[in-house]
Design a protein around this ligand. Structure first.
Ligand code: HEC
Length: 132
């Protein structure tokens, strides 16, 4: 009986991973269906935006959505907190690359060392337009 349970939970884990893996392969059709359907949302991520493609290719949508908090704050809340100034864009882009916690709570954001500063700025500039 125990074995059956283990096998079943393994299947659940595997299928969960399978479901998630499309956030890595950023073809716009999968991002459109899984990542941007925030029902009754006033704020929506345009999957065709260059920043949205960068985010889909990274893991941002695992923890962030346009206007609801998931593990990380909603992009709309981030946009409400930070005016879109060069200094804020710089700070936030570096935070995306280096990770960290403390501005929204004790849960840290993972670092993203593979994202270039230029790409991180493109992403953050776009996030800061996602106001409610
Ligand atoms: C493991 C979950 C996770 C992933 C993946 C993640 N984030 Fe975050 N993010 C968080 C958390 C948690 C916070 C709040 C950190 C804090 O309290 O300072 C955050 C905060 C932020 C902030 C605001 C930072 C601040 O100092 O106010 C931005 C901008 C952001 N994330 C963008 C991104 C982008 C872009 C990506 C993808 C490259 C990404 N996040 C991936 C969890 C995540």
């Amino acid at each position: 009986m125990k074995k059956v349970f283990i096998v079943l939970s393994l299947c659940a884990v595997i299928s969960a991973c399978g479901g998630n893996s499309n956030s890595g392969t950023a073809d716009s059709s999968s991002t459109a269906s899984t990542q941007t359907t925030v029902s009754a949302a006033k704020v929506a991520i345009d999957p065709a935006a260059p920043a949205a493609k960068l985010m889909a290719a990274a893991d941002c949508y695992t923890c962030h959505k346009a206007d609801v908090k998931v593990i990380g704050p909603a992009f709309a809340d981030i946009a409400a907190k930070y005016p879109s100034t060069p200094a804020n864009i710089d700070t936030l882009a570096n935070k995306v690359i280096k990770g960290g916690k403390g501005n929204w709570g004790e849960v840290p954001m993972t670092p993203h060392p593979n994202i270039s500063l230029a790409d991180a700025k493109t992403i953050v500039t776009y996030i800061l337009t996602l106001k409610k």
